[in-house]
Design a protein around this ligand. Structure first.
Ligand code: GTP
Ligand code: MG
Length: 236
């Protein structure tokens, strides 16, 4: 038992080391990285398709942001192809059964993307609300994605990802008239679990709430750039 725990610790330490190397490489290119975590079908790829379009052509005249995507799925390159059709560079990781990505998989996928051509990197984790929560991949922000048809009690029932997330995106709010989903309850539970979490209810279909979400991404990226340009910043 002790040996197994020791082995797991070595694997986790190695994973964290690779995640740190990923993050350094991403940061050196001035890129902000997101790890998107949510159940199968909660709307992660659809959110990305619409985010890519919104940030490429901002309606308010602010400068465009270029997104690159690493797609994680058990099988198929379907999501990668969707992202490419949406106009962004994308790499696919097929985990062949694993329920989450790890830092080594991301490290390999990074070789397929030109970070110097990007402002944001989004890693769409394998559809799952539990397994992807722990492993660090090299991201700056962890984003929990929950769709309204899954139910407003999910943050209370599956708190781990919301406890660690920087933001929670509640997708498919266009379906609210057909559901008994209490947005305030879901948001309130998220804040009870994690007082600093930001909550973004939105619909990729109607565009409601998308401006707040893209504004959040824009200011997070600007914050990263400002941090790196600050004089006297210690070398990482
Ligand atoms: N009504 C509605 N449907 C949505 C919305 N966003 C996504 N969908 C639909 O939800 C389904 C799943 O969307 P995806 O974006 O493929 O979900 P995903 O989270 O990427 O799924 P996996 O990659 O398999 O985990 C599709 O049929 C989408 O059209 C939304 O805002 N409103
Ligand atoms: Mg997807």
């Amino acid at each position: 038992m002790t040996k197994r725990i020791e082995l797991e610790k070595i694997v986790i330490d190695k994973g964290d080391e690779i995640a740190l190397a990923n993050r350094r490489m991403i940061e050196e290119a001035g890129v902000l990285a997101l790890n998107l975590i949510g159940s199968p079908g909660c709307g992660k790829t659809t959110l990305l398709e619409h985010t890519i379009a919104a940030l490429a052509n901002p309606a308010d005249g602010s400068p465009p942001l270029r997104i690159g995507v690493i797609e994680g799925d058990v099988q198929t390159t379907l999501d990668r192809d969707r992202i490419r059709r949406a106009g962004a560079p994308a790499a696919q990781i097929e985990t062949d059964g694993a329920c989450r990505l790890d830092a080594a998989m991301v490290s390999r996928a990074l070789t397929e993307l030109d970070l110097d051509e990007l402002d944001l990197l989004v890693i769409e984790n394998v559809g799952n609300l539990i397994c992807p929560t722990g492993p660090k991949l090299g991201e700056h922000l962890k984003i929990a994605v929950l769709s309204t048809p899954e139910g407003d009690e999910k943050p209370a029932k599956y708190p781990a990802v919301f406890a660690l997330a920087d933001a929670a995106v509640f997708t498919k709010i266009d379906l609210l008239p057909h559901l008994t989903y209490d947005l305030d309850r879901a948001a309130g539970d998220c804040r009870k679990i994690n007082s600093r979490i930001r909550v973004f209810p939105l619909s990729s279909v109607t565009g409601d709430g998308m401006d707040d979400w893209t504004g959040y991404l824009r200011s997070a990226r600007a914050g990263l750039v400002a941090e790196h340009e600050a004089p006297g910043r210690p070398a990482s």
